[in-house]
Design a protein around this ligand. Structure first.
Ligand code: 2NL
Length: 361
């Protein structure tokens, strides 16, 4: 390549390398290849070159033009890549930012339903005592809901006015029920294998009863503890610790009264101390019935495939709505199921609020 073309190439290459952004690079392109550009001027000047040199000179100038175009394109790609890197760095999202404490203005604030909150607390408190959580179907066979639990055929709980009976799903099929308690899940737990068993069973239950203080669908939690040597003393210690942790009253008075259930022997109802007038749990001189309990009946153990001469233990049950209303001073049962967001905002809990549990015992 001729000296003058080599010198021009070097000048343009240096100018392109110095261009810091696409605008500056464009100016270099115009100065070289534009209408009055230096390379364009050389092409225009070919007419004045003597005919015997014109062909060689023309090839050289065209080669220079192609080289300058390649050079400018390469620089443009490099500048674009640099600009993209800078943008990616500047617009990076910091996913480690903590969540905002309140929803943005105008947004609907969600809240954890009090029933859900209580189930979470029950799970945490019994969890510290080594209990797992079991669940089962809402629709049960008559045997799992009643028979296994030693509830006889003539028992009032079985009567139509208390139990929702469902017709057989097909001709020749069996009648089913909406479970009236969560006990069938404990029956299934026992049938699934030998103790040790330590479970709580929270869940929906159904009874054909509807007034200001009863809903046809409500929630229960039951518990079951079985091993070779579980005693009534364990039952009392476990339930006293649970009640004091749940109601966050460390010296909560607890009273055990003898009672009767078909599935436990002996059976006990459990009362806590409160003040009837103010509703304060733990204060006052009144007693409030809060749960039912007892040592699992040998017939129930045998029904569920466990040898009653080897295994023994206790069970208990309580209503989730009831303990939730008492703990939080919620006066009316009906709004629990109405889905009114104003009630939920008032009695519900923020999903971001800290979860503090009083120590068990
Ligand atoms: C109450 C009383 C209770 C049970 C539930 C139970 C379950 C099995 C075996 C033995 Cl599989 N017992 N459950 C025992 C005593 C009382 O509930 O007032 N519930 C709301």
């Amino acid at each position: 390549m001729s000296d003058d073309l080599q010198a021009l190439r070097a000048t343009l290459e240096a100018a392109a390398a110095e261009a810091a952004d696409p605008r500056a690079l464009d100016a270099v392109r115009v100065a070289a290849l534009g209408k009055s550009g230096q390379v364009t001027a050389l092409l225009k000047g070919l007419g004045a070159v003597p005919p015997e040199q014109r062909k060689a000179r023309g090839a050289e100038v065209n080669a220079l033009k192609a080289e300058i175009e390649r050079l400018l394109d390469g620089r443009r790609v490099a500048l674009e890549a640099r600009a993209l890197d800078a943008r990616l760095l500047a617009e990076r999202v910091d996913v480690s930012l903590p969540p905002r404490p309140t929803p943005p203005a105008g947004a609907e604030a969600g809240a954890i339903h009090p029933i859900t909150r209580t189930v979470e607390e029950l799970t945490a408190i019994f969890g510290t005592m080594g209990f797992g959580v079991a669940e089962g179907p809402d629709i049960e066979g008559d045997w799992h809901n009643f028979g296994a639990l030693n509830i006889p055929a003539h028992h009032p709980a079985r009567q139509d006015q208390d139990t929702f009976y469902l017709p057989p799903a097909h001709a020749g099929g069996v009648e089913t029920v909406l479970r009236t308690h969560t006990s069938p899940v404990q029956a299934r737990t026992m049938l699934a294998g030998d103790p040790p068993i330590r479970v709580i069973v929270p869940g929906r239950t159904f009874r054909a009863d509807h007034d200001a203080t009863h809903s046809p669908m409500f929630h229960q939690v039951e518990g079951l503890v079985l091993d070779r040597d579980v005693t009534l003393g364990h039952l009392k210690g476990c339930l006293i610790d649970f009640l004091r942790a749940f109601f966050a009253v460390p010296d909560l008075p607890v009273r055990f009264r003898s009672s009767y259930f078909p599935f436990t022997e002996p059976s006990m109802e459990v009362d806590i101390g409160w003040d009837r007038r103010s509703g304060a749990i733990g204060g006052g001189t009144d007693w409030l019935e809060i749960l039912g309990s007892g040592m699992v009946h040998p017939k129930v153990l045998a029904n569920c495939g466990l040898d009653p001469s080897v295994w023994q233990g206790f069970a208990f049950g309580m209503g989730i709505e009831r303990i939730t209303m008492l703990k939080h001073g919620i006066p009316d049962l009906r709004p629990f199921y109405e889905g009114d967001v104003r009630w939920l905002r008032h009695h519900g809990t923020s999903p971001l609020s800290p979860f503090n549990l009083h120590d068990a015992a």
